[in-house]
Structure formats: C-alpha cells, structure tokens
Ligand binder design. Structure first.
Ligand code: IMP
Length: 428
C-alpha cells in the first residue's frame, strides 16, 4: 500500500504530526518535490525535531529517499544531518538515499533568488530565499549540476563554467561575482560527505514496492503553491500536487494508493499573493496568535483567514484526495461565529473555483456561509461523539461542500489528540 500526504492549502496545514504518524507505520518515506524551503516540525515525547530537507521518517529510523524532483542544497543537508546527530539521530547510507540525478541548489541560486525579489520591487513573491526557484530554472534550462556530476572534477568544472557564463551578465549588473574555483572546491568537499547517499533511487523505490512494503510519499508546501495550479506567479517553483510523485521519484505504480489531503480548519498563507478570505482584523489576529502562525523556515508572521471551501475543493479534485485530515479545529473554539467561503463573486459573476487570471483574482468578493461557533474547548478530544454539536455541524458542512470525507480530525499537537473516525491510523 502506498500513502501520500498533500497540503491542500498554501502549506503549513500541520502536516508534521500526521506525516510522523504514518511514517512510523511504513517501510520507506520519500520526498518528491521542493527543497529546504519546507519546514516540518515533529514532536516526540519531550523532543522537538525540525526538518527541512530530510523525509520525516528519518526520526523513526525508517528508510528515507530524497527523490529527483527535489532540489538539494548539499550544504543545508549536511548541516541538517549534523544537527540531527546532536539530537541522537544517526544518518547513514542505509537510512538515507538520494537520487543521483537530483539537481543542486548552489550559493548562486540563493543570490539570484534575492536579486529576483529585489527586481520585483513593490511586488515580491515573498520567497524563502533558499534558491529554490533559480535552481529549478537551471534544471529546466538544462544547465543544472546534479549530484552525480560532482564525481568527475573535469565534468564538474565544465558545468560550473557553463552555468556561471549564463548568469554572468545579470551578475555584473548587480556587481556580484562568483568565485569559480571556490565553488569547485566547495562542491568537491561537500560531495565527500554526501557521496555515500547517492543512488539510482528510482530502482530502489520500485523494488520496495514490488516487495509489497509500505511507502509514504511526503508532500511539502501546499497545492495552492503548485507552479501550474497555484496562485501563479505567487507560488513555489515545483509541482506540489500528487501528480508529481511519479515524475519526482521514478515510481511507476498507480495502484493501491491512498491520498490524504491535510487541511487546516481555517486558512493561512506566508508571502505575497491572492488570499480571498484573508482577515485583517481582530479575528485574523486571534487566529494567528491562538494558532501560533509563524513560519518555521523564515519566522514570518502568517496571514490568516476563514476557511475557503472553494479552494480546498479545487485541491481535492486536482490531487485526487481520498480523505481529508482536518487540523487545528481547536483554534476556532472561542469564536462566536465562523465563516466558510463557498464561492466567489467576480465582476458580478459567480464562481465555484478560482480563475487563473490575476485580474480576476484581484476582484474577488468571497461568498460566505455563516456558522454558529461552539465556544467550548475541543482541545485533545479523541472521539467524534464528544465534539460539540456546532463543531460537528461545521465539519459536516465542509465535508459536503468539498465532497470528500473528513476522516481524521486533529484536536491538538499530541498523537492522542486525534479523532480517527474510520480507524485508519490504527489499521495501517
Ligand atoms: P520559494 O519556495 O522559496 O520560492 O517561495 C515561494 C512561495 O512559497 C513564497 O510565498 C513562500 O512563502 C512559499 N513557501 C515555500 N515553502 C513553503 C512552505 O513550506 N510552507 C508555506 N509556504 C511556503
């Protein structure tokens, strides 16, 4: 059986807890897109682990694979490995494998990321400045340096020259310079540390699948940040949707796959871009404070707003989501009334999806359904029957609008703060 975790909003849906839970039950955990722009926090007993690049299964001693769809900052990965070692998590070539054809994030990509944001002036994307976008640009431009390219100094040297020649023109304008020799030496030295993880991981994944072992595909960011289907250009540079699993790992089987869509009971977003249900008032501040809505990678304050059922329904369709995991329902506990966006009005026309044009997205008037709040604590509730009736109504209505079961409800940060309606987590 294969499991996939996808964020159905703009990331930060609270994937860490459920990813860790599923990771503890499978043989292998695989990342298939993004890079160290992701931030997954995992709490086990009194210890907190923060992961950016490594698949979450690493904490549970599982086999972990970084697929070719990821862009890999080798220095960031090395730092992450060292940090985890200090916390008692040991990483070796048995529990970590990296696709030998993974494209690298180099220091110049981070510089370009910052330069690109500067050039956009008053309309920056609000990237994490980790070099994600520029690295994917070089990948598509067929200039990337892949992990397997570092082995041979002659080939590497040629590739570095090619890459720098391409970027030099803009670099001159920004009065920046890249030291080619230093880059060559730095890459060679970091490769000595990472070489042992480099593998044709597509073969390994397909072999594990043939042996009927369970695999978890761990999505990062969220469906609305997808380069094709997100709120372009205010998106990340990878395909965050479930379709990317296959291209980003070389996994070939479409059978026996269960896709969980992780969805927050309200909406948040980091960085710029459209956000139809954003609240710039006391309720927005309340959600931010109670939900501790600060970015784990950049520490930026997250923008907060009402649940947008229109957008989640769109994500559910595009990702083929089988079941929703609803998180942070307890954050809504104190509200008197709760709104859910069920459609948009744009230039007097009604929409039940988000049109792609930026012009339309700027003129959205959300159409809300208003629910009575429950104003009692749901924190830590483990059974559906124990939820306040207004909370049940809220959840059931969302379920109806988005057309898929909300099978797991997270009521707090601990594992046992979970309502597992279909007993999925127990049966896996
Ligand atoms: P980039 O991925 O660094 O290029 O950033 C592009 C956009 O995606 C920005 O709005 C970021 O804030 C957002 N983003 C990237 N990674 C994450 C994430 O893991 N969670 C939430 N937002 C993210």
């Amino acid at each position: 059986m294969f499991y996939t975790i996808i964020g159905t909003q703009w990331g930060d849906e609270g994937k860490g807890k459920i990813v860790d839970w599923l990771a503890s039950k499978v043989n292998t955990v695989v990342r298939f897109q993004g890079g160290n722009n992701a931030g997954h926090t995992i709490k086990i007993k009194n210890k907190t682990y923060k992961l950016n690049l490594l698949p979450s299964g690493i904490i549970r001693g599982k086999k972990c694979i970084i697929g070719n769809g990821v862009v890999l900052d080798p220095w960031a990965l090395n730092d992450e490995i060292i940090k985890l070692r200090k916390q008692g998590i040991y990483i070796n070539s048995k529990n970590l494998m990296i696709a030998e054809n993974v494209c690298l994030i180099l220091p110049i990509h981070k510089l370009i990321d910052s330069m690109n944001e500067e050039v956009r002036g008053s309309e920056p994307i609000g990237t994490t400045k980790k070099g994600i976008g520029p690295s994917y640009e070089d990948k598509v431009g067929r200039r990337s340096i892949r992990l397997c390219d570092i082995k041979n100094r002659k080939i590497l040297s040629k590739k570095i020259l090619n890459l720098i020649d391409f970027h030099n023109y803009r670099f001159k304008n920004f009065k920046k310079r890249v030291d080619k020799k230093k880059l060559l030496n730095d890459l060679t030295s970091v490769y000595r540390k990472l070489n042992k993880y480099s593998q044709p991981t597509w073969r390994i994944i397909n072999q594990i699948a043939k042996e009927r072992k369970k695999i978890l595909f761990e999505g990062a960011q969220g469906a609305l940040l997808d380069i094709d289907f997100g709120t372009y250009p205010y998106v990340t540079s990878s395909n965050t949707n479930s379709g990317q699993i296959f291209a980003g790992t070389g996994f070939g089987s479409r059978k026996n796959h269960q896709i969980f869509g992780i969805t927050k009971a309200y909406t948040t977003r980091v960085g710029s871009g459209p956000f139809p249900t954003e609240l710039k008032d006391k309720v927005g501040d309340y959600l931010g404070e109670k939900g501790k809505e600060f970015g784990t990678v950049t520490n930026r304050k997250r923008r907060c707003g009402w649940f947008d059922a229109c957008l989640v329904k769109q994500s559910v369709n595009i990702n083929g989501v089988d079941d929703i995991v609803l998180t942070k329902i307890d954050v809504l506990d104190e509200l008197e009334n709760i709104k859910v966006c069920v459609g948009y009005k744009i230039n007097k026309k009604r929409y039940d999806y988000l049109p792609f044009s930026e012009e339309s997205q700027k003129s959205i008037i959300p159409i809300y359904k208003i629910f009575k709040g429950w104003q009692e604590s749901t924190y830590g509730i483990k059974e559906w029957s124990k939820l306040p009736s207004n909370a049940k109504k809220y959840i059931k209505s969302i379920e109806k609008i988005i057309g898929v079961n909300i099978s797991i409800i997270s009521t707090g940060p601990d594992r046992n703060h979970t309502i597992d309606k279909k007993k999925y987590l127990k049966s896996i």
